[in-house]
Each structure stands twice: as C-alpha cells, then as structure tokens.
Ligand binder design. Sequence first.
Ligand code: ATP
Ligand code: ZN
Length: 304
Amino acid sequence: MNTAANAAVRDRLRIAIQKSGRLSEPARALLSSSGLSWRESRDRLFCYGESLPVDLLLVRDDDIPGLIADGVCDLGVVGRNVLLEHAGERAGVGASVPFREWRSLGFGGCKLSIAVPEGWDWRGAAQLAGKRIATTYPNQLRAWLHEQQIAADVVVLNGSVEIAPRLGQADAICDLVSSGATLAANQLKPVQVILHSEAVLVGPTQPFDDVRAELADLLLRRMDGVLRIRDSKLLLFQAARDALPHVLQLLPDAEPPTMCAVDGTETLALQTLCHGAMTWQRLEDLKRAGAHGLMVVPVERMLA
Ligand code: ATP
Ligand code: ZN
C-alpha cells in the first residue's frame, strides 16, 4: 500500500489539512506564518507549494491518519481525538501504528467527555456500569471504561450522538464538548472528561530518510518559532533601580530582561519578551509598581 505513493513524493513534502471545518483556517494560517505559500488548484484539493517544496492536500479530517499511515501524505494537522481514535482502531486489529503526534498546536481545543441526562444525580464513573453509552469514539471510550474497570455497552454511531438518549438508543453519550451549548440544548450535562484534545501536527513514527527530512526539520523549526511567540509581546519600559523587584514580580511569564542604565540617572531601561497577554490592567499594575514609559511591541518572527 505504502511504497508507490511514497516513492512519488520523496523530493517534496506533502501535508494534509482539513478541507473545510474548524481546523482548516487555523492550520493554513500556521503554515503560512511558517513561510509557506501555495498555488491554488481549481478543485482546491491539492495546492502546489511555491515558496518551498511543500504541498497541501485538503481532505476530511478523519482521512488524515490513514493518509499518513499509507504514505500518501507525510505530515498532517488533525485533532488529537481523531488521531487517537485511529491509533486505537489499528491497535485493536493488531496493526502497527505508523504515525504519532509531533507537536501540539494550541488551537481546536475541546474535550471528549461523558455526558448524561440533566436529571441524573452524578456521583461518579461507577454509575455507568451496565449502561449504554453512544459515541463516535468507541476506541477511546472502551479504553477509558477498561481503565476504570467499568462494564458498559458502547453504542457506536456515525453522528448525531447527542440525540441518542432522547431517542432511547443510549443512556449516556461520549462526545466532543467545547462550550456545552449543544449538550444543554439536548438536556444533557457533561460529567467526566476522558480526553483533552487540540489540533496536533501528526507525522510518521520513523524519521524520513530522504530530502523530506530536511524539509520537515526546517518546517518544524519555523513552526516552533511561530508557536513560541503566538501570544508573546516585546515589553519595553523604564524603572528606578529600587522599584525593579516589584515590577519584575508582576512579570512571571517574561524572559529574563535585557537592561541598560539611562545615562546619568538611577533609572534602568528594560526590554523583555512576555509570553502572556499584556492587557491594560497589567500595564496599569506595572505602572503602579514603578514602571514608566511602557511600550508593548508585537513580535512577528523569532528564530531561537
Ligand atoms: P470533516 O468534514 O473534515 O470530517 P468534521 O465535522 O469531522 O469535519 P469539525 O466539526 O470541523 O470536523 O471538527 C474538527 C475538529 O475540531 C474535531 O475533530 C476536534 O478536534 C476539533 N473541535 C474543536 N471544538 C470542537 C467542537 N465543539 N465540536 C467538535 N469538534 C471540535
Ligand atoms: Zn470529521
């Protein structure tokens, strides 16, 4: 299965991302910020890489682990929930799992959770014993039930899991939750998280042994740079030397600052990279602690 497709893409890297859905825009934005650009094809399924020999394949998210396992694509951006489900499926039939999570990407956050009817008086997972639980994630649900030593029936559905209890197909469900609004609309409440998920970069378990290795390294270095400074800002300010300890106490998320003396005074000028959000409230707190001339500067690129 593997070799024909693999051989055809050895001198270019091929990345699969979701064609349309929650992960498509952020995945594209991350890759563009890493310096990739593409020529769009008319069917918008395959985009030829222009700035680097890195092409994009636009597919359904559920197909991404399989495309990597088959060597059709080299890397992909997919929810951890989808990745683990496919890994579980392969492991369940005794197949090897030739892909793994290379990086977590900080977007597409959600939880795979057990939800029960609002009327249940939830006292713990043991209450699920003997119950029917509907899900589109049977492998992860079974693994979790096994871990908890709970014997329950897993009802496998292809979609619309949240209406299964109302239709009498199941007693509880196991599904993705972000705000909980869909659950509430179906008179369900989340009671137990079984997986914290977000978008991840998935790649092969074995390293590449041709030109793709260099391309993947380059891309990873750039991506790490983008991820590291995603919420970061450069903070410039001045402070009297004796006020500095108070000011720095308010910057636990900052890199060690670069300082220099303002000529002929006891004042220091500082610059530091801050990784958390730099809100007005924080700036006001810093000013009260003795900082002045505060300036927040966006950081576009960083190469460590
Ligand atoms: P496709 O047509 O590609 O199969 P889909 O309907 O499976 O699309 P989306 O609903 O776009 O996919 O979700 C893609 C991923 O986004 C999920 O697998 C999950 O990792 C993440 N995600 C984040 N928040 C949520 C949420 N509230 N509900 C579902 N998925 C979410
Ligand atoms: Zn899907």
